[in-house]
Design a protein around this ligand. Sequence first.
Ligand SMILES: Cc1cc2nc3c(=O)[nH]c(=O)nc-3n(C[C@H](O)[C@H](O)[C@H](O)COP(=O)(O)OP(=O)(O)OC[C@H]3O[C@@H](n4cnc5c(N)ncnc54)[C@H](O)[C@@H]3O)c2cc1C
Ligand code: SF4
Length: 462
Amino acid sequence: MVVVEAGPVVRREEFARDIGHSLSNYYWDSGLRTTRGNVIIPTMQPRCLGGGSVYNSAICMRAADYALERWSWENGVHGLGKDDLAPHFDEVEEFMGVRPVQADVQGPRNELFRQACDSVGISCETIRRNEIGCRGSGRCNAGCPNGAKLSTDLRGIPEILEAGARVYTCCYVDRVLTSGSQMRGVTGVVVDPVTKKKSINVKVFAKSVVLAAGTLATPAIAQRSGMTADPIGSNLRFHPATVVTGNFPDGVFPWYGAAQGYHSLDMMNEGIKLESLWADAALMAFRVPGMGRNLKRQLQKYRNSCTWDSWVSGDSSVGRVRSVPGTMRSSYTFDLGRGDIRRLVQATITLSEMFFAVGAKTVLPGINGMPEMLRRPADIDQLRGADVDPKDLPVGSNHTYGTMPMGDDPDRAATDSNGLVYGTDNLYVADTSLFPSTPGANPMLTGMALANRIGGIVADRT
Ligand SMILES: Cc1cc2nc3c(=O)[nH]c(=O)nc-3n(C[C@H](O)[C@H](O)[C@H](O)COP(=O)(O)OP(=O)(O)OC[C@H]3O[C@@H](n4cnc5c(N)ncnc54)[C@H](O)[C@@H]3O)c2cc1C
Ligand code: SF4
């Protein structure tokens, strides 16, 4: 087996540096990638051995049963029901060391979220993550400096190397080598991770090819390889997400504790998930309003604040990925639908209520055209029933899906239920682009369970 990865290996000492270093060196487009449409949506994808698992919050959650059922009746996906996937989830969870966040690393920000859920009477569940020995440094999104997060560069890559695989990093895959319906391998080019300068051209020959470059890159490789079927790239789905900040009279010190320790699944039937959150201060501070002296004053009180997030179902929103001919670039479009706007506004209302319920003095809802700062619970009423334009919402998403969707109808799906690309004998997909619609859960674990299943199928057939 040969693994080809566009990004470099990231060493642990790199994680001790600031988030700007991680973004500019180890994220695609320096972490500034956006979609265009009725709103500009920032979306971040790491570019390194291990991909998103290196820089994500390590939340491990199985796809919701209703999402798997929907894939079956809406898209004709077969053999991926709850019971079919259970053994793959079990195997991946054991291998990746998935366990609940330990009580001693929850820290004040996460505990405040739990108390807030209790206060407004909604459920609160402890998040499960793939880590061993987390010290609650809250630095997951800049890379774990403690080697606690079991990302795939630490769990998975070492094992396949041991079994005889070869791994080539800094090697950008341009296209698949095709011969009719037979795939013969891939072509690519070595790209310097810092200067981005291209050097040697590479060809890798293989009996089967598995694309796992992520939702925004896998369809682009297929398109560059001459695959023009409409489902390839045309069903981009996100979990649109928003954040709300609460300011407290005393120190919360939000940087202490696991990056994400608790979430509330109470509103999932409305398509809304609530989470406690911490990223790097330089990232989170984008939510602090004001300019100049005013901004400085707000930042001086930053230790008294914390930010929680919500992502919503994404059911009414859709986009598209298109590779730009003759280049290594792609364009991404995405329109946020009314249903998701309503869900994001409702999430903002609930998070604001939660902040006031645990003693926040002010809340920053972040919606343009609404009060910048809510000073009392009654102020939340201004958000209820508000007609909000998509451009007025602070929305982003790192949960991406749907650009190589599975299904039984080649007019609507790019692959069958085993990840085999229609019209080919031996080209597979094994990443989150396969999800025909959003999974009702944070994506990583379901992506890994699918990859575990597809890996077995490819091995049997090759
Ligand atoms: C900051 C952040 C926090 C997140 N938190 C969570 C979380 O807590 N839980 C969760 O479930 N999900 C989380 N996610 C989302 C999750 O990380 C992704 O859904 C997941 O990593 C997707 O897996 P993938 O295999 O589809 O793609 P990726 O993990 O993106 O892997 C694709 C790999 O392919 C490489 N690649 C791309 N193009 C090429 C090319 N042309 N040639 C060669 N290689 C290429 C990329 O560099 C990358 O390494 C988070 C994401 C981010 C960015
Ligand atoms: S919270 Fe800190 S120690 Fe724990 S997994 Fe994240 S980066 Fe590592």
